[in-house]
Structure formats: C-alpha cells, structure tokens
Design a binder for this molecule. Sequence first.
Ligand code: C2E
Ligand code: MG
Ligand code: MG
Ligand code: MG
Length: 284
Amino acid sequence: GAKADGRNAVRLFDGTLKAAAERRSQIAQALQRSLDGGGFSLALQPKFSLRDGQALAGVEALLRWRDDELGEVPPAEFIPIAESSGLISSFDGVTAKLVSDLTQAWEARGIDLPIAFNLSAATLSSVKGAFLGEVFLRLGLRPGRTTIEITESAIMGHVSTAQADIEGLVKAGFRVAIDDFGTGYSSLAYLQALPIQEVKIDRSFVARLGGPEERGSIAIIRAVLAIAEALGLETVAEGVETEAQLAWLKTQGCHRAQGFLFSRPLPVAEFEERYLCTAARRAG
Ligand code: C2E
Ligand code: MG
Ligand code: MG
Ligand code: MG
C-alpha cells in the first residue's frame, strides 16, 4: 500500500545518502593517502584554432587519479572532496609539478606547445597570486606558454581579491583563463574587471546548440564572444561534440575549440603519438 511504498522510499533515500556519504569519506581517506603514495597522471586534451586551418593550438592538462582500492576516480568526483577537506592546494601542486615535468621533457625534445592546467579558486584565495606565480616559476613552468584555468563560479564569491591574485599570476608572465564561463551567474562586466587573457565558454551552452533549447545558448554565446572580442580576449569553446556545433562556432568568430569531436583527453603517451610524432621526429 501507500504506507509501505512511503517506507520503502524513505529507506531507499536513507540508503542512497548513506552510500554517498560513505563513498565521500572513502575518497577523502584515499586522497590523503595518495598525497604520499602517488597514483597521479595527466590526461591531455588538444585545443584547436578555428581560424588557421584548424591547427593544434595547445593542450589542456587534466588530473587523473587511480587509487589502489577505488580504481580510477574522476576529477568531477574527487576535486570537490579535495576542496571540502582542505586538500585541494596539494592536488593543484601535484598538477603543476606534473605539467612542469612534462613541459621540460617536451622542451628537451624541441616541442613547443602551449599548455593549460586547472587551478582551484580555493588555492588562489589561500595563497596570494603573486607568491603562487613565483612558486610556479620556481617549479619550472614556462611563463608565456602556460595558461592557468580558473572556474568562473569559483571566482564569483570574492571578485576583488581574485582580481589581485590573478594580477599576481599575470605579472609572473602566466596567461589566465576563466573556465566554464556562463555557469557562475556572474555578469559579463567581470570580464572587464578581471585581468584575464582567455574565456572558455562552458560546455553546457555548446551542448544545447542544435537542440530544441538552442535559442538561449545562441544568444549567450554570441554575447560572450562579442564582449570578449571588444576586450581583446581569446575565446575557447569547450565540449564541442558535433560538426554542426563546430561550423556554427566558426561563423561566430570563436577563436578555438576543444571537445570530443576532435579528441577525448588522452594519456600523455597516446597524445604524443597522435599529435607530436612529426614534431618530435623533426626535432630529434
Ligand atoms: P574543465 O577544466 O572544464 O575540463 C573539461 C572537462 O570536460 C574534462 O573533464 C573533459 O574530459 C571534459 N570534456 C572535454 N571535452 C568534452 C566533450 O566534448 N564532451 C563532454 N561531455 N565532456 C568533455 P574531466 O577531466 O573529468 O575534468 C572535470 C573538471 O575537473 C575540469 O573541468 C576541472 O574543473 C576539474 N579538474 C581537472 N583536473 C584538475 C586539476 O588538476 N586541478 C583542479 N583544481 N581541477 C581539475
Ligand atoms: Mg579547464
Ligand atoms: Mg571548462
Ligand atoms: Mg567544465
């Protein structure tokens, strides 16, 4: 009857919440362990120019984590847990070190490809941007060729301090991109207020192109591209999955694109084999 159904629903709900909480605490513990143990690597996703014959324009490095017990845990699951358990700065440090090692290995082989990586806003707000910039330089990251991606939603909460911190990174010579732009309920005016070089249009807008609800997304993407153009910011569309989305973004003057249509994020060796073989051979 209805009563039994209700009880079952409550039990199901309780069970689901409990399982989620357990998984979270398992991950939090494993994350703590992993900081000594390792299990980290980078996945690389290429970014392509939409202007000059779709040339490879750079790469985004995404953190991958494999725990002995939990297996591969996606960043969408472990990054928020690292953030809420105060570990995120350590993970951002892991990423920065891996990116630095990779760029140095590439440099030794004569490979000169711009690289981007993600930085949590929690890290940016807990460590002053100027200091962070120095740390990154000392780590061996190459200013001018390295872009730091920071999500828009994360910056929103503290725009004025974010402004100073981003300035610190930019003064050290790094490019800064606003990631997932359009999801954070912030105003387009922030694009002018922040000393950034690049805007990445969130994939939720790109995903709606060609669908029944595309009108709003079309308007938003156009507005972002227009403002970015006026401010001299580089634009990147993320999550491009279809030829139609790509074609439309080109007509709108978007500078770059990234997405499964071109390539999923790849393990470093696979990325090198697919995209850098000729460059490496020429250099080596
Ligand atoms: P993001 O920086 O916006 O990275 C793009 C995410 O979208 C990646 O997921 C990528 O695999 C996925 N993606 C790329 N193209 C497509 C597409 O065409 N379709 C679909 N459906 N998805 C696509 P991933 O690697 O799981 O990363 C998720 C998020 O985790 C990243 O979003 C970023 O915010 C965060 N993250 C990843 N690595 C790091 C890191 O080292 N540090 C920090 N703080 N955050 C990281
Ligand atoms: Mg990113
Ligand atoms: Mg993004
Ligand atoms: Mg995203």
